[in-house]
Design a protein around this ligand. Structure first.
Ligand code: HEC
Ligand code: HEC
Length: 376
């Protein structure tokens, strides 16, 4: 075998630990075949069966009946440390979350803990849904935090830290007292106090044909429209049909719904994310007579200001700090435009900036130029 294909084979072996990857039946597999006597299947030599230890490392799900939950424990007090260090920057001091992230805590009452059904969820006039209002299984929270949070470093929490931070969140929602220690032994008891534990909805078919879910789809394949239009925007007449979103949204944290009583996009001043949003900006300067949207407005519309302020650090650095750091750096406009477009991490700390793909190249250039100029 040539050195080259040998190298490819070794690379494949180190990547593909699970056997039977049939997609690799093409050229690459053909190259590996020359190694030993006739192989019954082209992929036999690619990969190997995963070891029990490898499967165990992947198999981390926690079921509603707590199968899969590792033993451990954590106090509310310890949980507050974890929260303040690793969660607060995105989810807020009390779980109310910053403007960009959905709120986690809020909207539940002592009465809900008794009934197991969050009353606010059944109220048509209650706009907000927090995680604690909706979740019906405590195992879901444990599992989700364990596998996915913190967002910028998933799976980095120790088992006891997951218990602790969950205990802290449950204390914020007044489900457990301040001196509580959550553990694998008492978690089932806490489930019995979860505010929306009786709120689980069992899936029903969207529509039925002769008493069965319509999964054959025969009806959809007849009389199809010749043209279909896919829209991502509400037609103007529907914009305000559910009332003003800015007034309904986020009773727990800062508002982020648009003011639907105003027309979209046409009037730059009215385009503000929400009239009531307490975006941390100085008054937006609208350049008189300028045809383009002012950079400050672009930053506001693109929700940059949910994480950045002009002269103080929020989730991300202040625009003034950014300007100071890159002063005199000729490559900065281009480098930062790419950074904003693709997201980044590590220059200012461990909290990442998510990608911002919503901006046109032109708006991106203009907003970065504005930032580098000190965001004035
Ligand atoms: C860098 C920002 C960031 C940090 C730090 C962070 N989160 Fe999150 N969190 C998110 C985002 C974004 C989502 C939504 C993810 C999604 O929907 O895919 C989320 C979702 C959640 C949810 C689920 C909310 C729901 O209703 O679906 C929980 C619970 C949660 N985070 C807990 C935590 C905990 C506990 C920590 C700290 C250990 C933490 N997060 C740290 C950004 C963050
Ligand atoms: C969800 C929060 C969030 C949003 C939304 C956000 N940023 Fe950021 N931004 C951050 C964080 C956190 C950092 C620091 C990242 C790092 O340490 O590398 C950052 C860094 C930056 C930097 C400096 C990058 C560097 O490499 O020095 C610029 C410039 C910037 N953001 C501009 C923007 C603009 C423009 C927008 C809107 C289009 C925006 N950000 C939206 C959180 C955010």
């Amino acid at each position: 075998m040539s050195r080259c294909s040998d190298r490819i084979r070794r690379a494949l072996l180190s990547v593909l630990v699970v056997g039977g990857i049939s997609a690799l039946s093409g050229q690459v597999a053909a190259q590996t075949r020359t190694a030993s006597p006739p192989a019954p299947k082209p992929w036999d030599q690619v990969g190997r069966t995963a070891t029990p230890a490898e499967i165990k490392a992947w198999d981390i799900d926690v079921r509603a009946d707590f199968k899969g939950l590792p033993a451990g424990s954590g106090s509310v007090e310890k949980g507050q440390e974890v929260w303040d260090g690793k969660c607060l920057s995105c989810h807020g001091t009390f779980g109310e979350s910053t403007e960009v992230f959905a709120p986690i805590i809020g909207g539940t009452t002592k009465e809900d803990i008794k009934t197991g059904r969050v009353a606010n969820l059944t109220r048509a006039d209650y706009p907000q849904r927090t995680t604690m209002m909706k979740v019906s299984q405590i195992s879901t929270l444990w599992d989700y935090i364990n596998r996915a949070m913190p967002w910028n470093a998933p799976k980095s929490l120790k088992t006891d830290e997951v218990y602790a931070v969950l205990a802290f969140m449950l204390n914020l929602a007044e489900v457990v007292p301040e001196d509580f220690i959550l553990s694998n032994e008492n978690i089932a008891k806490v489930q019995e106090r979860l505010p929306n534990r009786n709120g689980m909805v069992v899936y029903t078919a969207m529509w039925e044909v002769s008493g069965k879910p319509d999964v054959q789809g025969s009806d959809c394949m007849k009389n199809c429209a010749a043209d279909t239009e896919v829209r991502s925007q509400l037609p103007d007449h529907a914009r305000d049909s559910h009332g003003n979103l800015a007034e309904q949204n986020r009773v727990v944290g800062p508002v982020r719904g648009v003011d639907t009583t105003r027309p979209p996009a046409k009037d730059p001043a009215g385009l503000a994310m929400a009239a009531t949003a307490k975006a941390a900006v100085e008054p937006v300067r609208v350049a008189k007579g300028a045809a383009e949207k002012p950079a400050a407005q672009i930053a506001k519309d693109a929700t940059c200001l949910a994480c950045h302020a002009v002269d103080r650090k929020l989730v991300g650095p202040s625009f003034k700090e950014v300007a100071a750091k890159y002063r005199g750096d000729a490559k900065a406009p281009e480098a930062l435009a790419a950074r904003v477009r693709n997201g980044g991490q590590g220059v200012w700390g461990s909290v990442p900036m998510p990608p911002n793909t919503q901006l046109s190249a032109e708006d991106l250039r203009s907003v970065v130029k504005w930032i580098l100029g000190g965001a004035q």
